[in-house]
Design a protein around this ligand. Structure first.
Ligand code: GLU
Length: 591
C-alpha cells in the first residue's frame, strides 16, 4: 500500500503561554503525522512560530510554548531547535522518572526553514511582488486610522465595510509605490465564491462578494497572518492543516491566495472549539473573570478596604485596578496580583497553569485527546475506551473520528485522570516525579525535605494526592521550624481543652510514648498510639488528635505514625512541649 505523505504543522503566535486548546491542536497534528509514519508512510510534524505581529510577539513566549510542548511529549520533527530534558525512565519497568537526558528536538533536515516568520520576510516579499506583477495585488496608501474611520462610517450606515480600490487608478498606485510612498499591499479578491473542503466539516461555501481586498503586507513591511500562512504552508510542504474552528472563516482567503499564487490547497480539518462546562468559551479571560468576581465579593465584605487602598496593597495604580474591575482590561498581571492577595487559585487555562498545579503530562495528553476526538473503541466491560497513552493516540488517530460539535472541558474528569495515574504509581516513582516537579515549583520545600522523609510519607500520602501539588500541601508542616507555626484556635479548643480527661492530659501522656518508642517508625509509632488509647480506655482519636494539633497546628495531617516519623523524635518532642506550654499558659491561651 502506498501511503501519501502527511506533513502537519502547529503554528502558534508567541504572544503568551500555550493555551490548552493550542496543545490539543498540536497533539492532533502530531498524532496524524505519527499515524502516517506508523502506517509506513512519510509523516512529519512541523512547528512554525508566527511572530509577524512584532509588537505582541516575544522570544520568551516562543520558548515557553516549545518548553510546554516538549513537556507534554508532543515533539516536533522539524522546527525551532529546542534543547532540553525529556523524561527518561529511572525506574526500570516504568516509562517515567525524575532524571532525564539532554535531548535536541526540531531542526531543518529539508532546508525549508527558518521557522520563525519574522525571519522569512524576503520570501514573503518575493511572492507579494509576484502578485503585484500579475495584477493580483496592489499598493494601498490609506493609514489604518483612515480605514478605521471608513469602517465606522459604513457601520453607521448599517453596511459592511469593503475596501474600494476604484478610488485610485492602478498606474497611479504603482507610481506612488515606486516613488517610495509608505503603503500596505492588498490582494485583489476573486469575483466568484470560494468553497472550502474540510475533512471534518464537509464543504463550506462562501458566496461571491463576501471577501474584500484584504491586506497581505502591512505598511511596516511584515506580511499579514493570511499571507504568511499560505506561503509557509506551501513552501514547507504542509499537506494537512489542522486548526481550531475559529480559523474556518479565514480559510476562503487562504484558498483564494493559493489559487492566485499557483499553490496547492492542502487538506483542511477544522477541529472543535473548547468550551467550559458552563457553555462559555474557554479563554485566558476566564482568569480575569474569576479574579474580578472574588475581588468584588471581597470589596463588599464589611470592613473591607476601599479600591484605592487595595490598589496600593496590590502594587497597582487605582486607575489600573479600576479599569480591570469594570472589565476595560483583562490584565493577567492584575488578576494574578488579586489572586495572590486573596489567596485565590485562578482557573487553570494554559498548559503552564496545569503544570504548576501538579498535573502529569500523560494525564493531560490523554484528556486533551478526548477533546473533539475519541477512538470509538470499547473496554472489555463495554464502556467507551477513554484511558490511553500518547502512543495509542498516534496509532489510532484519524480525522474521521473528529467531531463537529464543541468540546467540553470537564475539569473533574481531568483531575480524576490525574489522580488515577498517581494512584497507579509505585511510591518510589511518585517521589521521583514529585522531586522533578518540586524542583521547578516548590524548590524551597524540596530542598528542605530529605529522601527519607519523602519515602516515609509517600505510602500514606500517595492515595490521597490528586496532584503533585497536593503532596506539597501535606508536607509543609515538616519544614516549618518547631516554634514557627500557629495553632488553629478551633482545633485547640475542640481537641486540647475539652474532653474528660482533656486532650492536654492525653498529650502529656503521649509525650512519653514519643520519647520511648523504638524504632521511631510509622508502624511502631502507630501501634504505640493504639496501645496508649487502649490503656486509657479511650478511642484512638482522643490520643491522636491532640498529638496531631501539637505536631502540625492542625486537626488534619497524614497518619500519626508517619507524621511523627517524618518530624523525627527531637522535633516531635519540641513541638509537644511547646504546645503544652502554650495551652497551659493561663492568660494567652494558644500561642
Ligand atoms: N498563528 C495562528 C494562531 O495562533 C495559527 C493559525 C493556523 O494554524 O493557521 O492562531
Amino acid at each position: 500500500m502506498v501511503v501519501a505523505p502527511v506533513y502537519t504543522r502547529f503554528a502558534p503566535s508567541p504572544t503568551g503561554h500555550l493555551h490548552v486548546g493550542g496543545a490539543r491542536t498540536a497533539l492532533f497534528c502530531w498524532a496524524l503525522a505519527r499515524r502516517a509514519r506508523g502506517d509506513g508512510g512519510d509523516g512529519r510534524f512541523i512547528i512554525r512560530i508566527e511572530d509577524t505581529d512584532q509588537a505582541r510577539s516575544s522570544d520568551e513566549s516562543a520558548r515557553g510554548i516549545l518548553e510546554d510542548l516538549a513537556w507534554l511529549g508532543i515533539v516536533w520533527d522539524e522546527g525551532p531547535v529546542w534543547v532540553g530534558r525529556l523524561s527518561e525512565p529511572t525506574i526500570p519497568g516504568t516509562d517515567v522518572g525524575s532524571e532525564s537526558r539532554p535531548t535536541q528536538i526540531g531542526g531543518d533536515p529539508r532546508g525549508v526553514g527558518p521557522f520563525f516568520q519574522a525571519r522569512r520576510v524576503p520570501l514573503y516579499n518575493k511572492y507579494v511582488e509576484r502578485l503585484i506583477a500579475s495584477g493580483r495585488a496592489y499598493p494601498a496608501f490609506e493609514t489604518p486610522r483612515e480605514i478605521e474611520a471608513l469602517r465606522k462610517e459604513a457601520t453607521g450606515r448599517k453596511q459592511t465595510y469593503r475596501y474600494d480600490r476604484s478610488g485610485v487608478p492602478m498606474e497611479e498606485r504603482l507610481r506612488r509605490m515606486r516613488a517610495g510612498e509608505p503603503h500596505a499591499v492588498r490582494f485583489v479578491a476573486p469575483e466568484g465564491g470560494v468553497t472550502v473542503r474540510d475533512l471534518v466539516l464537509g464543504d463550506v461555501r462562501y458566496a461571491p462578494g463576501e471577501m474584500d481586498d484584504f491586506v497581505i503586507r502591512k505598511a511596516d513591511g511584515f506580511p499579514t497572518y493570511h499571507f504568511a500562512v499560505v506561503v509557509d504552508d506551501e513552501t514547507m510542504g504542509v499537506t494537512h492543516v489542522l486548526r481550531a474552528q475559529e480559523h474556518l472563516n479565514n480559510t476562503p482567503r487562504h484558498v483564494a491566495l493559493q489559487a492566485a499564487l499557483g499553490f496547492r490547497t492542502p487538506e483542511y480539518a477544522h477541529v472543535p472549539l473548547i468550551f467550559n462546562q458552563d457553555g462559555t468559551k474557554m479563554s485566558k479571560r476566564d482568569k480575569a473573570k474569576a479574579a474580578r468576581k472574588s475581588f468584588r465579593e471581597a470589596l463588599g465584605k464589611p470592613g473591607a478596604l476601599g479600591t484605592a487602598d487595595f490598589a496600593r496593597d496590590l502594587g497597582l495604580t487605582p486607575d489600573n485596578l479600576a479599569a480591570f474591575l469594570t472589565g476595560d482590561n483583562d490584565s493577567l498581571e492584575v488578576a494574578g496580583a488579586i489572586a495572590r492577595h486573596l489567596g485565590l487559585a485562578l482557573p487553570e487555562i494554559e498548559v503552564c497553569d496545569f503544570r504548576a498545579a501538579g498535573y502529569l503530562p500523560e494525564a493531560i495528553v490523554n484528556f486533551l485527546a478526548l477533546l473533539g476526538w475519541n477512538p470509538g473503541m470499547k473496554t472489555p466491560d463495554g464502556r467507551d475506551l477513554e484511558k490511553f497513552d500518547a502512543a495509542f493516540v498516534a496509532e489510532h488517530f484519524s480525522l474521521e473520528r473528529i467531531g463537529t460539535g464543541n468540546a467540553k472541558f470537564d475539569r473533574a474528569k481531568l483531575l480524576a485522570f490525574n489522580s488515577e495515574r498517581i494512584g497507579a504509581m509505585t511510591d518510589a516513582e511518585f517521589v521521583a516525579r514529585w522531586r522533578a516537579w518540586a524542583a521547578d515549583f516548590e524548590p524551597d520545600l524540596a530542598a528542605k525535605l530529605t529522601d527519607r522523609q519523602l519515602s516515609l510519607i509517600a505510602p500514606a500520602a500517595r492515595p490521597r494526592c490528586k496532584t503533585l501539588r497536593d503532596l506539597a500541601a501535606v508536607l509543609r508542616f515538616a519544614v516549618t521550624p518547631d516554634d514557627g507555626f500557629e495553632y488553629d484556635p478551633k482545633a485547640v479548643d475542640k481537641v486540647l481543652r475539652r474532653g474528660e480527661p482533656s486532650g492536654l492530659v492525653m498529650l502529656q501522656a503521649a509525650r512519653d510514648l514519643v520519647a520511648c518508642t523504638d524504632p521511631f517508625e510509622p508502624a511502631s509509632l502507630n501501634q504505640a498510639v493504639e496501645r496508649l488509647a487502649a490503656e486509657k480506655g479511650v478511642g484512638m482519636g482522643q490520643v491522636a488528635q491532640p498529638l496531631r494539633v501539637a505536631l502540625t497546628g492542625q486537626a488534619v495531617s497524614p497518619p500519626l505514625g508517619e507524621t511523627l516519623a517524618v518530624l523525627g523524635r527531637e522535633s516531635a518532642l519540641a513541638r509537644i512541649d511547646r504546645c503544652v506550654r502554650a495551652v497551659s499558659a493561663p492568660s494567652t491561651g494558644a500561642a
